[in-house]
Each structure stands twice: as C-alpha cells, then as structure tokens.
Design a protein around this ligand. Structure first.
Ligand code: BGC
Length: 244
C-alpha cells in the first residue's frame, strides 16, 4: 500500500509517496522551502502543491513541528504562532480535497524508526530524539507511541533543553563537536533519569554526522543513530495515514 507522506520543517517542506510496508519512498521526494512567515494558509498551499506534483488522490499523512491533538496544532515553538489552535487536519483536507492525518514531526520519525529503522523489534521503553531547529521527542512503550511528549522543552540549567542542545544551538553558539556533545550528554542523562529507556535513537539532520559526536556522549543507555535520517518524517507520516 502507498500513501503520501509530507514532513513540515522549519526550513523545508518535503514529501513523497511511500510504500508503507517497506518504509521506502517510491518516487524522488520533492522539497519546497517553508514559506516565511510560516503561516497556516501559506504552508497549506505548499502541502497542496506537493499533492498536485505527485498527482496524488489517496490518503495523506502530514507532520507538524508542535503538539497535535485531534488534528489541531496546540503549540508552535519554531513556526508561526498563528498555528496555535488551528485545525491543521481540516485546513490540509480542505486545501487538498483528500483525507489527511496530522501528527507531531518527532512522533512521525519515531513511528518510522520503530517500524523499519533503528528501533525495529525493540520492546520496552524506547525514546527517539530528533536534533534540528528544536529537539523533538517520541516515546514508545512496547512499540506503542505515547504522543506529544515534547521533551525538548525540559528545563536544564534554567533554560529549555532545545535552546542549549539542538543542532541549531550548536550552530548558533558556534560550538565544537565535543562542546556540543557535552550538552547533548547532559540532556540525555536528564531524560534517562526520568524514563529509564532501554534504547535512545538519535535522529534529525545531524544524525548523518553521528560519528562526530555520538562516540563522545557517555550515558548508561544504549544510544544509536536513526537509520532513516532525513526521510523518517515522510515515512512515519505516510505510515500514520495508512492506519485504519
Ligand atoms: C516542538 C516539538 C517538535 C520539535 C522538533 C519543538 O520545538 O515543540 O513539537 O517536535 O521542536 O521539530
């Protein structure tokens, strides 16, 4: 079965049809820069453009970088605040004319990693953390998602964790890999103290460079890089849309 997955990020909106059983894109993905400002209508127009590009007529799964309950965006840390309270599912469905599922971006990436990636077959408590503009989190218990955990906003040294340890913070503060790894380690120690996961999967664009920082991160929990990397959001969104 194929569904269309669309991943809304702070800088780009990416989409592709996905073979959901295999967790693989079936066509080359399309990436369109996120409109500035990233207001709901402008973003929905890009979603509709991606749907039209693939001539898509079936189910669509869309990620959103904030809390999503019942298709409604509840927070918007790294996108325009007009999103808060917007019925994203109704907006996208109205704009595309297609049945749409909307879920948090890190939750989608986690769904993909649990199904076909680095956390495949893992029972118990598994945590996926994505390091990008912010820090996203997806918590799984025996393969079941506990949605909207938002662990990037935990407070560390009086500051939101994502303001200190996201990949964006690494770039903005011009941190060396080892300095940044220290911040990531402190953050991971915090989450492992709270959840005692058996596995932590590190995702987001920076997971491509895992060899530069993961060996420097010393925690008790097993930590592995995501295997789907930049495609995890698209794949997980498509998988969510395929659920009955
Ligand atoms: C948002 C999360 C999101 C993460 C990664 C955070 O600022 O609150 O919902 O998953 O960024 O995009």
């Amino acid at each position: 079965m194929e569904t269309l997955g669309i991943d809304i990020g702070g800088s780009g909106i990416k989409g592709a049809p996905v073979d959901v059983a295999r967790g693989e894109l079936t066509q080359e993905r399309l990436r369109i820069p996120t409109p500035i400002p990233s207001k709901p209508k402008a973003v929905a127009e890009v979603v509709a453009e991606i749907v039209a590009h693939f001539g898509w007529t079936g189910q669509v799964g869309v990620t959103f970088p904030g809390v999503v309950t019942d298709g409604v965006a509840r927070t918007a840390a790294n996108v325009d605040h007009e999103w808060i309270g917007t019925d994203a599912r109704a907006l996208f469905a109205g704009m595309t004319g297609l049945p749409t599922v909307v879920l948090n971006d890190a939750d989608a990436a986690g769904v993909a990693e649990v199904a076909v990636g680095a956390a495949r077959g893992e029972g118990g408590v598994v945590l996926m953390l994505t390091f990008g503009t912010g820090i996203g989190s997806a918590l799984f218990v025996d393969g079941h998602l506990v949605p909207n955990t938002e662990l990037g906003h935990l407070e560390i040294r009086g500051k939101e964790a994502e303001k200190r340890a996201s990949d964006h913070a690494r770039e903005e503060d011009e941190l060396s890999w080892s300095k940044w790894a220290g911040r990531v380690e402190e953050y991971l120690r915090h989450v492992e103290a709270l959840f005692s996961p058996s596995l932590i999967v590190i995702g987001g664009g920076v997971s491509k460079k895992a060899d530069k920082f993961l060996p420097l991160v010393k925690v008790k929990t097993r930590v592995v890089p995501a295997t789907l990397q930049n495609e995890a959001g698209i794949v997980g969104a498509a998988m969510a849309a395929a659920l009955p």
